[in-house]
Design a protein around this ligand. Structure first.
Ligand code: NAP
Length: 241
């Protein structure tokens, strides 16, 4: 067991839950973020039954008040945070043509996938600065890669979903911005693409398992090289923005 702590948002199920399970298995102390307290408690109980040191943390990433309460609790109980994984995300209406996607749907996607990771990262920065070699991971998507989406030979070229794809492209830009500001402060900031993974997110149509998806996130979250910041990774390889 290490004294290192990890907060994963949206960890009551799917990729976030499995990321908590794998990091907990490595001895990290887990803050299991969940917007619904009961779902968070149930998920935490099931990880605790595996011997993982886990605390459920009620955290709706779209709510200033919820984030404020979560920060206050982590500060009260630990006084620091070593790793923040911004995993919570939504897909919005899919499939739908860019010309037909309602603006209110796109705005809702951006609230969760773009503005929320900014909110959560800003709010937890003082606790990340209170430790050494802290790390922030943005769980992005290959569908946010302009390099891949503009390459006709890429598997994602035909997946033209305006709201979701552009939200993850924006999240990648957010990653670069935080990485630049925090370079030299001991906090690295990187984006991870979990790959197309079978979860509720896509009606379990993905071809990757949550174990595979989480493994790449865990690998990235546990790098300690301070110069490894401002990158976008799939599994253990850097991929194009
Ligand atoms: N699955 C894929 O193929 C795939 C591919 C690339 C990237 N990703 C990214 O990977 C991440 C996880 O995806 P997933 O497949 O595990 O999705 P999922 O099965 O839909 O799970 C999403 C998680 O996010 C939580 N969440 C949603 N809105 C929230 C909010 N406002 N506050 C707090 N938590 C919230 C959900 O909580 P509730 O249970 O309360 O709804 C759930 O725990 C997302 O960022 C997604 O964009 C997924």
């Amino acid at each position: 067991m290490t004294d290192k702590t990890v907060l994963i948002t949206g960890a009551n199920k799917s990729i976030g839950y499995e990321t908590a399970r794998q990091l907990g298995g490595q001895g990290f102390r887990i803050w299991l973020g969940s917007r619904d307290a009961d779902r968070g408690q149930a998920a935490a109980a099931s990880l605790a039954a595996e011997g993982i040191a886990v605390r459920a943390l009620t955290l709706d990433v779209t709510s200033d008040e919820s984030v404020r309460c979560a920060v206050a609790r982590v500060e009260r109980e630990d006084g620091k945070l070593d790793i923040l994984i911004n995993n919570a995300g939504i897909s919005g209406l899919q499939p739908i043509l860019p010309s037909e996607q309602p603006l209110h749907d796109i705005k809702a996607i951006y609230e969760t996938n773009v503005f929320a990771p900014i909110r959560v990262t800003q709010a937890f920065l003082p606790l990340l600065k209170a430790t050494i070699d802290a790390s922030v991971i943005m769980v992005s998507s290959g569908l946010g890669s302009l390099g891949w989406l503009s390459d006709p030979s890429n598997q994602f070229h035909g997946v033209n979903i305006l709201g979701y794809n552009s939200s993850k492209t924006a999240l990648n830009a957010v990653t670069v911005a935080f990485a630049k500001e925090l370079a030299g402060s001991g906090i690295t900031v990187n984006a991870a693409d979990p790959g197309y993974t079978a979860t509720d997110f896509n009606g379990h149509s993905g071809y990757r398992t949550v174990e595979q998806a989480a493994a790449g996130i865990v690998w990235l979250a546990t790098r300690t090289a301070r110069d490894m910041t401002g990158g976008f990774y799939f599994e253990q390889n850097e991929v194009p923005w």
